[in-house]
Ligand binder design. Structure first.
Ligand code: G3H
Length: 258
């Protein structure tokens, strides 16, 4: 049994404006006000435009819910229209930042090199990256999913010191399971998550690998979360669609009751 604290993170993607965000986080906070879920860390990952509102709510009401962004610029400041920097996210007291989500790799052509630069930018400003990796359907069908995913892990962690690597969160998200309702079987997810931990042990040490939290993401719901979380190398979930329904997300956080 892992001693790593499970991390349940809701990636809202491009959903919920700042007013809806306030209502949503209030609902989560109310439903999670008892102590039952305290062995689980809960985070929301709203669009940039919601972060100030979420920060004000979390700070003001001293909520235990953590929050973070869905992307970060590799640059500190300057003429990068549309980008949001590490210092800006740090000023908003973000804990986490999603880096290398497959939607950014696919629609914005983010490479492992850029992902690696963003991981370093996050650490530079005290943010914890949630580094996303995972294969497309054709790669899985060719049986190349483990090699493909481990190459993304290696690329994302390139030249990262052990003291940073040990605190990173890695989200294994098979692209074909994202938003499709097709869940990766828990044994298949465990196979890749275990291989990711093995790769981290190879790149650093077993001790570092044992500290890294590895999430599964891809059509996670209250009905399948318990089976996924029962796997020894899976330490949480990166939840997309189901995190937009507060009641459903709360059930996912309370996966031990499902
Ligand atoms: O970041 C979250 C993932 O892309 C999973 O999304 P989903 O739960 O809607 O499949």
């Amino acid at each position: 049994m892992s001693t790593r604290t499970p991390l349940m993170a809701g990636n809202w993607k491009m959903n919920l404006n700042h007013l809806e965000a306030i209502a949503h986080v209030q609902k989560l906070a109310f439903a999670l006000a008892d102590k039952d879920h305290e062995a689980v860390e809960v985070a929301v990952l709203p669009p940039f435009t919601d972060l100030r509102s979420v920060q004000t709510l979390v700070d003001g009401d001293k909520l235990k819910i953590k929050y973070g962004a869905q992307d970060i610029s590799a640059h500190d400041a300057g003429a990068y229209t549309g980008e949001i920097s590490g210092p800006m996210l740090a000023k908003l007291k973000c804990t986490y930042v999603v880096i290398g989500h497959s939607e950014r790799r696919q629609y914005h052509r983010e490479t492992d090199e850029l992902v690696n630069a963003k991981v370093k930018a996050a650490f530079k400003y005290g943010l914890t990256p949630i580094l996303c990796v995972g294969e497309e359907l054709d790669v899985r069908e060719a049986g190349d999913h483990v090699r493909h995913t481990l190459a993304q892990v290696e690329g994302g962690l390139k030249d990262l010191p052990a003291e940073q690597a040990e605190s990173i969160v890695i989200a294994y998200e098979p692209v074909w399971a994202i938003g499709t309702g097709k869940v990766c079987g828990s044994d298949d997810a465990q196979e890749v998550c275990s291989a990711i931990r093995g790769k981290i042990a190879e790149l650093y040490t077993q001790d570092v690998a044992d500290q890294v939290r590895i999430q599964y993401g891809g059509s996670v719901k209250s009905s399948n979360v318990a089976e996924i979380m029962a796997k020894p190398d899976i330490d949480g979930a990166l939840v997309g669609g189901a995190s937009l329904d507060a009641d459903e997300f709360v059930k996912i956080v309370r996966f031990r009751d499902q």
